[in-house]
Write a protein of this length. Structure first.
Length: 111
């Protein structure tokens, strides 16, 4: 659990994350990890024609930022955003930054 968070993550967010993880049955968590490890649609990424916003964190120790960059590079119309001062739980660590990037991306689509 400690590797899921960036160095500056609030202690309150870490506590909530830990409590929620402990509420999840171990077999469910294991199944999630197995499914994530087996899921790979990389060969089909070029078929996606919708604009995409790929958000990652250079401090993410569970899903390295290089994977976010590789995903964005394989999508025909993708924008890559790096959220600093965050780890794997970037939406909980930097919600305002995430919301701002999503709002900007959506406004670009509707323009």
């Amino acid at each position: 659990m400690d590797r899921a968070w960036g160095a500056g993550a609030p202690a309150s967010a870490r506590a909530v994350g830990r409590a929620r993880l402990l509420q999840t049955p171990p077999d469910v968590t294991y199944g999630d990890y197995v499914a994530c490890a087996a899921f790979d649609v990389t060969p089909r990424l070029g078929d996606i024609r919708a604009p995409a916003l790929v958000i990652g964190a250079p401090g993410d120790q569970l899903t390295p930022f290089r994977l976010s960059a590789a995903l964005a590079a394989r999508l025909p119309d993708a924008e890559l955003v790096a959220i600093s001062d965050a780890g794997h739980m970037l939406t909980l660590e930097q919600p305002e930054a995430i919301a701002a990037h999503v709002a900007r991306f959506l406004s670009r689509l509707s323009a």
